[in-house]
Ligand binder design. Structure first.
Ligand code: ZN
Length: 246
């Protein structure tokens, strides 16, 4: 969230000089965000870490049956994702990420860079350090962060109602304990299981098609009558036959 402390120092040259210090919290422009602050307007053809940070935030807007690459290169797909983000929030949809777009992102993120409606804690009820999975702890944690931004986009598309996360990152030990597949994407931190209510499992599986997941498993797929699973993987596997998702 955006917070800026403005310190006003006014030296008063009166008979006895006094100093007035006032602390004011304001909704300020694109500066001093607690997570990440963009220093320039970004548009197609540019590249860098700031583009990569933008891609993470708009990863949930790749369009139907697509995945946005998070590679630091602002190409046509990134531009299209920015347009969809801007449209979703009623901003001028020019595909250029400038102060209005960044201000909206600042309002959507916490100081630890997670989107306001999701947290690292709910994406890992397995351990506290993200260790023991199929990838490094840093990679697992990063994968979870990207999924949070995808879910934030899906949450907004579903009317800003809650999306319940029932399981996400799992170490091998945790995965074994719940009988998960030995190749489960939960071991990579990039899988999330979603519970029903307020949205039905089918509504979640159907909507997920628009938000950047190559793996969607829901009602009709074995073992998925009580949750909808979304994940990232190299090949596309959509199976929720009871929901018309295939
Ligand atoms: Zn799952």
């Amino acid at each position: 969230m955006l917070r800026r402390t403005v310190r006003i120092l006014a030296a008063l040259t009166m008979a006895a000089a006094a100093t007035l210090v006032a602390t004011v919290t304001t909704a300020a422009p694109a500066q001093a965000d607690g997570c990440y602050t963009w220093g320039r307007t970004l548009s197609e053809g540019m590249s860098g870490e700031d583009v990569r940070q933008l891609q993470i935030r708009v990863a949930g807007y790749p369009g139907n049956n697509a995945v946005l690459g998070i590679d630091g290169a602002f190409g046509p797909a990134t531009r299209a994702a920015v347009v969809r983000f801007q449209q979703a929030y009623g901003l001028g949809a020019d595909g250029i990420a400038g102060p209005q777009t960044f201000t909206r992102i600042y309002a959507l993120q916490d100081d630890d860079c997670t989107p306001v409606n999701f947290s690292y804690a709910e994406f890992n009820d397995c351990n506290s350090d993200w260790s023991g999975g199929a990838v490094s702890a840093a990679t697992a944690r990063f994968n979870a962060l990207v999924n949070m931004w995808k879910l934030q986009a899906m949450r907004h598309a579903l009317g800003d109602q809650q999306i319940r996360v029932t399981s996400a990152f799992r170490s091998h030990a945790c995965n074994n304990a719940v009988g998960g597949s030995s190749t489960s994407r939960h071991l990579y931190g990039d899988a999330v299981d979603l519970g029903a209510s307020p949205h039905s499992l089918c509504r979640l599986a159907q909507q997920a098609r628009n938000h950047g997941w190559r793996e969607i498993l829901g009602p009709g797929y074995p073992g998925h009558s009580d949750h909808t699973h979304v994940a990232h993987k190299s090949s596309r596997t959509w199976s929720a036959s009871s929901c018309g998702v295939s």
